[in-house]
Design a protein around this ligand. Structure first.
Ligand SMILES: Nc1ncnc2c1ncn2[C@@H]1O[C@H](COP(=O)(O)OP(=O)(O)OP(=O)(O)O)[C@@H](O)[C@H]1O
Ligand SMILES: [Mg+2]
Length: 305
């Protein structure tokens, strides 16, 4: 595996201030790296902080603490971000769950795809914006007749393909996809996931893939980080985490995947993981490259008792 670091996240924390006194710690002191060219998955239950991490990585949110380096550049520093803004805006692209609302309803598909190139003054590699849009459409498996349509005239799966085509027109180095197929029908989900897999292999972009569906993560990702209540509780190669989960929450998550055999499915017991005192846990390397948040021996909790 190529271990050249593209994104280096250290002690990332993000709080949302609800009122002057109340705040939610959506992301709580997490550290991980994304290697160049890999598919990195982020999983975890709803509200665990996955989207907040992605948004911090994309400079949509400014983290409350910690640092994020992209190619070694500290992008959370305002000065450094400004100095590298153009590179960061072109090299990193994001796809959201609900592409219908992220596409400009008043633009035709051809204009939607060409828009980021125009904004960033990128000379279209295939000669014109129209030719570029046509190429990207075919690349994501859509007929060029759709170029003249508006988003409202497309299905959810088609709109998501347009969002992918738009992101790919920038020839990204990093693609962040936050639950990109969650709003689609199951049959279309598989098509879009296969499309991602194919495009990533061909393009070689680094891919941060956020999903609820563990089967998708297992199929697509080289490595996976598991989040729970704003913490990263486990991190490792997908194979290692799926075959040898260490953290109780990961075990619970994996045990919730339905087993195809109905007899086995009925016999098993799904355990519910209940958080204890996460402050008394520490990040440990269980085996090379496989990290887990473990209860500290003689940690805070037992010290209090
Ligand atoms: N803009 C916001 N203002 C206040 N709280 C927020 C905001 N966005 C997220 N949160 C809170 O931060 C926590 C993490 O949210 P986040 O959206 O990152 O979770 P998630 O893992 O992406 O969940 P999901 O799987 O449902 O998309 C949640 O408790 C959420 O309610
Ligand atoms: Mg989310």
């Amino acid at each position: 595996m190529n271990t050249e670091v593209l994104v280096d996240v250290k002690h990332l924390t993000h709080q949302f201030h609800l009122t002057k006194k109340a705040a939610i710690r959506a992301v709580d002191d997490i550290s991980f790296q994304i290697y160049k060219g890999e598919v990195f998955g982020l999983v975890g239950e709803s509200g665990s902080g996955k989207s907040t991490v992605a948004r911090c990585l994309m400079n949509i949110y400014h983290p409350s603490a910690g640092e994020i380096r992209y190619h070694g550049i500290e992008i959370t520093g305002k000065k450094e971000f400004r100095a590298n803004k153009k590179m960061l805006q072109t090299k990193r692209q994001m796809i959201f769950q609900d592409s219908a609302s992220s596409l400009n309803q008043r633009m035709k598909v051809a204009e939607i795809i060409a828009e980021p190139m125009k904004i960033n003054h990128i000379v279209p590699p295939r000669g014109s914006y129209a030719r570029e849009a046509e190429f990207q459409m075919q690349y994501v498996g859509m007929d060029k007749t759709f170029l003249e349509r508006y988003p409202s005239e497309l299905s959810g799966g088609q709109r998501q393909r347009v969002a992918i085509a738009r992101a790919l027109s920038m020839d990204p180095e990093l693609l962040v996809a936050d639950e990109p197929v969650a709003s689609l029908d199951v049959s279309i989900q598989a098509q879009v996931i296969n499309l991602f897999r194919h495009l990533q292999k061909e393009h070689g972009f680094t891919f941060l893939f956020i999903a609820h569906d563990l089967a998708m993560v297992e199929y697509l990702c080289d490595r996976v980080g598991v989040m729970y209540h704003g913490k990263m509780v486990e991190l490792g190669t997908t194979r290692e985490v799926f075959s040898n989960p260490q953290h109780e929450y990961t075990k619970t998550l994996l045990s919730a995947i339905p087993i195809p055999d109905p007899v086995q499915e009925r016999q098993r017991k799904v355990k519910i993981y209940v958080d204890t005192d996460s402050d008394a846990e520490e990040w440990k390397e269980n085996s090379p490259g496989h990290f887990v948040l473990k209860r500290q021996e003689g940690g805070k909790k037992s010290a209090k008792e």
